[in-house]
Design a protein around this ligand. Structure first.
Ligand code: FES
Length: 114
């Protein structure tokens, strides 16, 4: 894709690569249909984010930064998504899920699988 873009824009491949590798919004591996971000910021950490993250990791057998082999889901961690009062918090694509306890994490996992 970078080579095609380089040819189309008549820009050296090294410049295209530099830009793509600089910005975090560009990815070099396929992303999942659902992007799940578990907040591991201070408020969420204190209120059990690790437990939420570990459960999702165990369920889908992936670590943060990885995508399931079927490209259904990419798991990421974030520093804070700005709703600390709802900690622990995760997002599934654009949807925010707050106050995740043991029961809710199972629902989160089910919604990821749908
Ligand atoms: S620390 Fe998790 S939302 Fe702020």
């Amino acid at each position: 894709m970078l080579r095609a873009l380089s040819r189309k824009l008549d820009i050296p491949l090294s410049d295209v690569y530099s830009t793509a590798s600089f910005y975090k919004q560009f990815y070099f591996t396929p992303r999942g249909k659902k992007i799940v971000r578990v907040c591991t910021g201070t408020a969420c950490h204190v209120r059990g984010a690790d437990e939420v993250l570990n459960k999702i990791e165990d369920e889908f057998k992936i670590n943060p930064g990885e995508t399931t082999p079927d490209l259904a889901m990419t798991l990421e961690t974030v520093g804070c998504i700005g709703c600390c009062g709802l900690a622990p918090v995760a997002t599934i694509n654009e949807d925010i899920v707050g106050e995740i306890d043991r029961k809710k994490v199972d629902k989160v996992i089910e919604s990821i699988k749908k």
